[in-house]
Design a binder for this molecule. Structure first.
Ligand SMILES: Nc1nc2c(ncn2[C@@H]2O[C@H](COP(=O)(O)OP(=O)(O)OP(=O)(O)O)[C@@H](O)[C@H]2O)c(=O)[nH]1
Ligand SMILES: [Mg+2]
Length: 353
């Protein structure tokens, strides 16, 4: 998981450290040269001085050198020192599925942090790592943080959740996983078979419902998706069910008819949480889709699926930075238990380990 971005971030840390050490060595060599100059040109008076006095003077000089070398174990990186390294990092990030604008923002913040202060030689490693870490955490900060379980706990019931996104990103599977997660935490669930478009979609959801022991409200294929979800909400209200989870058909954001249908679903049912389900493996496409769904119907949060097979690792950074929406959950496999609340610290630890 995330091998690509991890390798490249580590290489950035290594190169920055190397560059800093090189700069420090040059700095020290220069200082040494200025100190040694008086000794190289002994004055006539010095030649006349008895050896005892000369020895005493040498001792003083070596003390000065000690003080000076203590001072020169500090350094401050400049923009020029970092230019090449940051350029390489930008290319590396883009190759790891980080969107161009997000990569640029990372570079800008990193440069600012790395050149902002003097650093002691023995603190270089932690300084570089912390600067990178803080930058990545900042990039992962949405406009408004959402903790999934907390939100469900604190919202009036029934909580109406809509899962949307393009075809095959993992909406239905993720909905089933999220249902299990909420049931494990004591909430009751009902499914709305809102994908009335794809053949086999209703049966697929019924199978998950059967496995989990959840009731499904369904109409037949081709029925009005908004009406199915409406019925499920009615049912939940009358039976005091905590959460309505509505599946929807996968659709390209460019498909005007299906986007209009999604607008109707939202208008009729006013969902509390419109979750965009994106496939981490599709990288920048997932970012573009999230942006377009947000423009079309407005999304509240993101779930990124298939993180378990994502070798690149950049999607999470881009999707939050580009949409400013929080990632609430991540899919980590094909079983019901393979879902986890997203945590920026966890993610940054993973990509920087
Ligand atoms: N490895 C892995 N596979 C996943 C994950 N989430 C979903 N999948 C798989 O992705 C495939 C598509 O999942 P679905 O839930 O059917 O996707 P969907 O978005 O509902 O698809 P449509 O209804 O056709 O738009 C299935 O084979 C899932 O098992 C995940 O987190 N990790
Ligand atoms: Mg589906």
């Amino acid at each position: 998981m995330f091998q690509s971005i991890r390798k490249r971030l580590n290489s950035f840390i290594g190169s920055t450290e190397e560059q800093a050490e090189k700069k420090l060595a040059e700095q020290q060599a220069e200082e040494k040269l200025t100190e040694e100059q008086p000794e190289q040109e002994p004055t006539e008076q010095a030649e006349k001085e008895p050896t005892e006095q000369q020895a005493e003077k040498k001792l003083k000089v070596s003390k000065v050198t000690q003080v000076r070398s203590a001072l020169s174990s500090r350094l401050r990186l400049s923009e020029k020192d970092l230019d090449g390294i940051l350029w390489q990092l930008q290319l590396d990030l883009i190759q790891s599925d980080v969107a161009v604008e997000t990569a640029e923002k990372i570079l800008e913040e990193l440069k600012e942090k790395l050149t902002s202060q003097e650093v002691e030689k023995n603190k270089l490693d932690s300084f570089i790592k912390n600067s990178l870490r803080e930058t990545l955490i900042d990039i992962l900060a949405p406009e408004k943080e959402i903790k999934f379980l907390e939100l469900i706990r604190n919202s009036p019931k029934p909580v109406k959740i809509l899962f949307l996104g393009v075809n095959g990103t993992g909406k239905t599977t993720t909905m089933a996983k999220a249902a299990k997660y909420l049931m494990d935490n004591g909430f009751s669930i009902i499914f709305a078979a809102g994908d009335t478009f794809r053949a086999g979609a209703i049966e697929q959801l019924e199978k998950h419902a059967h496995n989990l022991g959840v009731k499904v409200i369904k109409h037949s294929k081709g029925a009005d998706s908004a009406a199915v979800i409406y019925d499920a909400i009615e049912h939940a209200t009358s039976k005091n069910i905590d959460v309505v989870m509505a599946d929807t058909a996968g659709r390209m954001h460019t498909n005007i008819n299906l986007m209009d249908e999604m607008k109707k679903v939202c208008r009729v049912n006013s969902p509390d949480l419109k979750i965009f389900v994106g496939d981490a493996l599709t990288g920048n496409d997932a970012v573009e889709q999230a942006r377009e769904f947000n423009k079309g119907v407005g999304i509240d949060a993101v779930i990124l699926t298939k993180m378990d097979s994502d070798a690149k690792g950049g999607s999470a950074l881009s999707i939050v930075h580009e949409t400013k929406k929080p990632i609430i959950l991540v899919g980590m496999g094909q079983s019901y238990g393979d879902l986890k609340e997203f945590d920026a610290d966890w993610f940054v630890d993973e990509i920087m380990s």
